[in-house]
Write a protein that binds this ligand. Structure first.
Ligand code: PLP
Length: 461
């Protein structure tokens, strides 16, 4: 183990790192990034990497977009802060809201801003409760999310998240949150089951859950079009229309969590459009500002808006809001980001390069370590297995995902291990040559790891 730099030691002694084994971290130390340009970042030792994960699925326009830097700088000079409580406002707020309304995959009436994806989903939960109280349906409050769904880490949004480590020892989930099946056909299909049979079973299970709970108590369903942090799980064709039909039958509000899939990632402006979802509301964050500044938002349909007005009349105020709701700098950057998506036709660009991404990803299916390689638009993953035939996993102690992630870093590409799934989500501005570079490096990394696996007999463990 090389000795740690002074910067690394300072970090270890002062900073808590999310999603990190805090014990192991004391020995390994951080990977400190120093600068970025285009799709590349450089670490503190001067090593250059392609950011193959767009940070955390978010830096859609790469790391040096001058128009965003200028938008933030201008706003900082003009009016660095105003809140929007009690009727105050600034022009950038309406500018972003208008742009979001124009592209939303449902008829949006208003926009409620916040600071992150977690806050967006937290707001969704509060609004669903508020709405049903306004409509005189105080029992209709439960929210169904999915196993392996990821919706954030606040008390409410972590409860919606369907991953054990977000619940364990945090005393979550809270009451009233239920988790239905994850549509992972590769892992969870019964022997001989077709995709059509599988998706029918998923919808039937959801309906059984709703009936068991009592439909009058179930208010909303939340789903990412493609599950990201749960392992890049792409639903089979037909899954969402069948789920949607069940929700419609029981008057259940559909929240599409577009925090990763929003703004072009899957080849349409929103993942909802790619997968035939007709949401009542969407949550957005991340690529809303290309992640240059924190901002999130929830779109509000007219029914919800009217209910909020009714509650305001009754209570005297809409009793919710953050100091940083529609923060002017974040709003200025988000407005510019949405303008860039439109004027540079980012969806068209994703569509033009996605075939190369999908084709290079599909080729990884031939690699002995890869059980399944999957992609849609510019998001994808490889699932590492010890045995392709039986889909048997490697021993967890081998930490195969992290091993491949580190091998990719050696070859100059940052990817992200989620257990034994390795995720890819490059900035949306990647060109075909960049995609080739990402996959050439990944192939080399997989070959390096395969060499060690064969030599050390790790498949037999
Ligand atoms: N929803 C989805 C789909 C996400 O992927 C994430 C974060 O990765 C969140 C919500 C939470 O967003 P944040 O980390 O900004 O709170």
């Amino acid at each position: 183990m090389p000795s740690l730099s002074n910067a690394a030691v300072r970090d270890i002694e002062t900073v808590i790192h999310p999603y990190t084994n805090l014990d192991a971290f004391r020995t390994s130390g951080p990977m400190i990034l120093e600068r970025g340009e285009g799709i590349h970042v450089w670490d503190a030792d001067g090593r250059k990497y392609i950011e193959g994960m767009a940070g955390l699925w978010c830096t859609s326009l790469g790391y040096s977009e001058q128009e965003l830097i200028d938008a933030a700088t201008e706003q900082m000079k003009q009016l660095p802060f105003t809140h929007i409580f009690g009727g105050k406002s600034h022009e950038r707020a309406a500018e972003v809201a208008e742009k979001l309304k124009a592209i939303a995959p449902h008829k949006a009436s208003k926009v409620l801003f916040c600071g992150s994806g977690s806050e967006a989903n937290d707001q969704q939960m509060k609004l669903v409760w508020y709405y049903n109280n306004a409509l005189g349906r105080p029992k209709k409050k439960k929210i169904i999310s999915r196993i392996k769904g990821y919706h954030g880490v606040t008390v409410a949004s972590a409860s919606l998240t369907g991953l054990p480590n977000n619940h364990r020892d945090f005393d979550l989930p809270i009451a009233g949150v239920l988790h239905t099946d994850c549509p992972n056909f590769y892992r969870d299909a019964h022997p001989g089951e077709t995709e059509d049979e599988f998706t029918t079973r998923m919808a039937a299970n959801l309906e059984k859950m709703i009936i068991k709970e009592d439909p009058d108590t179930v208010a909303a369903f939340i789903a990412e079009p493609i599950m990201g942090a749960g392992g890049v799980i792409i639903p089979p064709e037909g899954y969402f229309p069948k789920i949607q039909a069940v929700l419609n039958k029981y008057d259940i509000y559909f929240i599409a969590d577009e925090v990763i899939c929003g703004f072009g990632r899957t080849g349409n402006m929103f993942g909802s459009q790619t997968f035939g979802i007709k949401p009542d509301s969407i949550s957005v964050a991340k690529a809303l500002s290309s992640a240059y500044v924190p901002i999130g938002a929830v779109t509000i349909g007219e029914d919800m808006y009217q209910a909020m007005i009714d509650e305001s009349k009754k209570i005297g105020t809409f009793g919710h809001g953050f100091t940083y709701t529609a923060h002017p700098i974040a709003a200025a950057v988000a407005a510019k980001t949405l303008e860039i998506y439109e004027k540079r036709n980012i969806v068209g660009h994703v569509r033009s390069v996605a075939p190369r991404f999908e084709e290079r990803m599909a080729k990884l299916n031939d690699h002995p370590l890869v059980g399944q390689a999957r992609a849609k638009g510019l998001i994808g993953a490889i699932e590492l297995v010890a045995d392709k035939e039986t889909k048997r996993n490697f021993d967890a102690k081998a930490a195969m995902g992290v091993t491949v992630q580190k091998a990719c870093e050696k070859h100059g590409v940052i990817l992200r291990a989620i257990g034994d799934v390795v995720a890819f989500c490059p900035p949306l501005i990647v060109k075909e040559a960049d995609i080739d570079e990402i996959f050439d490096a990944t192939e080399k990394a997989l070959n390096d790891v395969e060499h060690v696996v064969a030599k050390e007999g790790l498949r037999n463990a």
